[in-house]
Write a protein that binds this ligand. Structure first.
Ligand code: AMP
Ligand code: FE
Ligand code: FE
Ligand code: ZN
Length: 289
């Protein structure tokens, strides 16, 4: 069976491997296709695409957008988007600007807690054009303030913790419209993090998402148990959503999670991508790409 990975990060956002390196790993393990889905940016897609053409891997241009309106964490991937699409680029620019204000606030909170962190230092740690909480976490580990990422998020950076700050997010309808307008498929990433505990409540929320234009659900995911996977597949079927799958590879920023295989056992059928791609292509108004 041909396999793929529809959710990965590079140094363009909060991963530690260069875009080209992520593609090389995909090639080495024999994936047919790889989606690069950096947070709030398409900056890595060109480098990844060049390497992918060179190696004969299919590179699916993508991004991951953070949304709100649920108790937990709400991320959406856009798969197969046109990286040159003006509206999508503008929306992502807006989101990155929102990050800058938020990052300054996190730095100020850390300073007020007696941890002298500067934005220059964090930006240097990031290297790319998206600075996120994992980069703060790396600085805190390097400084010896915390032992590891978990402690950094549990004490300082997690939602509601001592140095947490929120940021402006795109309205749901704008995110879906931007992904669709750029010719892509909109997928709910890692649905286990949504935080709607009651199954009936989650299903009715998901039906609303499908009605709003969501195309797919990431049923196959590194942190999903086989029971989770079966439950989400069932939900996808009932709600008219397609399946997607991803490792959420972040290099050393999520140690133990690897491209394509997650913690070892992940298998993501290439057919997931074919169905998502066909759905995006057959959307009314989609131009032939
Ligand atoms: P940001 O996009 O800057 O809000 O940072 C969110 C990113 O931080 C996520 O995509 C993960 O990569 C990472 N992250 C969030 N929560 C945790 C956690 N508890 N432990 C480790 N990494 C986390
Ligand atoms: Fe991340
Ligand atoms: Fe995510
Ligand atoms: Zn991700």
């Amino acid at each position: 069976m041909d396999l793929c990975d529809l959710h990965t990060h590079s140094t363009a956002s909060d991963g530690t491997a260069r875009p080209a390196e992520v593609v090389r790993i995909a090639k080495r393990i024999g994936l047919r296709a790889l989606a690069l889905t950096d947070h709030d940016t398409l900056a890595g897609v060109e480098e990844a695409g060049t390497e992918a053409r060179h190696l004969g891997v299919e590179l699916i241009p993508g991004c991951e957008i953070s949304l709100d309106g649920v108790p937990g964490t709400f991320h959406m991937t856009g798969l197969g988007v046109d990286p040159a699409d003006r509206t999508l680029r503008e929306r992502l620019d807006f989101v990155r600007q929102g990050r800058e204000g938020r990052n300054g606030e996190i730095a100020r909170k850390l300073v007020s807690l007696g941890i002298p962190v500067t934005m220059e230092e964090v930006a240097a740690e990031a290297g790319g054009d998206v600075v996120g909480r994992p980069h703060f976490a790396r600085v805190l580990v390097k400084r010896g303030v915390v032992r590891d990422f978990r402690e950094a998020f549990d004490r300082f950076l997690g939602k509601g913790r001592a140095a947490y700050a929120d940021r402006d997010r795109l309205p749901l309808a704008d995110a879906i419209a931007a992904i669709h307008g750029a010719g892509g498929a909109a997928v709910l990433a890692h649905p286990y993090t949504i935080g709607l505990g009651d199954p009936a409540e989650f299903e009715s929320w998901l039906r609303g998402m499908a009605a709003a234009g969501l195309d797919g659900l990431e049923t196959v995911y590194t942190e999903h148990s086989s029971a989770d996977q079966a439950r989400f597949r069932d939900l996808a079927l009932r709600c008219g959503l397609l399946e997607s799958g991803g490792s959420d590879y972040h290099g050393d920023n999520k140690a133990g999670t690897e491209v394509g295989v997650g913690k070892g056992g992940l298998r993501i059928p290439y057919a997931f991508w074919e169905a998502l791609r066909d759905r995006a292509r057959s959307r009314p108004g989609a131009s032939a790409r």
